[in-house]
Design a protein around this ligand. Structure first.
Ligand code: SF4
Length: 235
């Protein structure tokens, strides 16, 4: 069964409108400089939480929770994910997926069973490798575009969101990406302020650079005009 790197028994914010538990899936194929869960990146890491423990928790919360969020890491990296989703749904839960969108084929396999998606859009598609910490030849940006098209076609409610790490995105990058998303028909877009992380692999940016995105009212207003719902999440 899937490898679980962590478990949050209760959240009100990760699956809109639902009281949920969050399963942090082990392993990721990206290497974002701002990653706050580097311990979840390696698929080989020995984990502490068993699938049986997850199922026991979900059985004990059946009358208290509505949903389960699959987050990570990158949940779609795990081959057993479709089976895990079926088991979660058989317990009466709706399932939300937090994903980088880097694995469109794996996404296609689970999409019919997903009720809400949080899609991380890391940076401008013209230089996606920089924001995702991957080699340009892996063409992660193209994979994310394919996933986005698939999600839009499915009609499943979702949010596209970007972490504004000033080391990997500029306002111009965000504008380029937001314009693309808007043209595609994305309705909900969120900017998430970068939170400094301990033991990051790059020197921390100056505090003024982190907040600069949010002090430019004209920039935020322009972004807001592109979407039906524009969300700003400050750290
Ligand atoms: S996709 Fe998420 S888990 Fe993976 S490296 Fe990036 S921030 Fe970390």
């Amino acid at each position: 069964m899937i490898k679980v790197g962590g478990l949050l028994p209760f959240t009100m914010i990760d699956f809109p409108g639902k009281l949920s538990a969050v399963i942090f899936c082990q392993g990721c194929l990206l290497n974002c400089p701002y990653c706050h869960n580097p311990e979840l990146q390696s698929p080989a890491t020995k984990t502490q939480v068993t699938w049986e423990e997850v199922v026991d928790l979900l059985k004990s919360r059946q009358n208290l929770l509505d949903g389960v969020v699959l987050s990570g890491g990158e949940p779609l990296i795990q081959k057993e994910l479709p089976q895990a989703i079926r088991e979660i749904k058989s317990l009466g839960y709706q399932v939300a997926l937090h994903t980088s969108g880097a694995l469109p084929d794996a996404l296609a396999a689970v999409l019919p069973d997903i009720s809400w998606i949080g899609l991380d859009v890391k940076g401008a598609f013209s230089k996606y490798h920089e924001a995702s910490g991957t080699k340009p030849e892996f063409k992660i940006g193209e994979a994310v575009q394919k996933s986005l098209d698939m999600i839009l076609k499915s009609g499943i409610p979702f949010e596209a969101r970007t972490t504004t790490d000033p080391r990997v995105v500029t306002k111009e990058d965000i504008w380029e990406m937001a314009s693309y998303l808007s043209q595609k028909g994305v309705q909900t877009y969120a900017l998430q302020e970068y939170r400094p992380c301990e033991n990051g692999r790059m020197p921390e940016p100056p505090a003024a650079a982190i907040t600069a995105f949010y002090q430019d009212a004209a920039f935020l207003k322009k972004l807001e005009s592109l979407f039906e719902s524009f969300i700003v999440r400050r750290a």
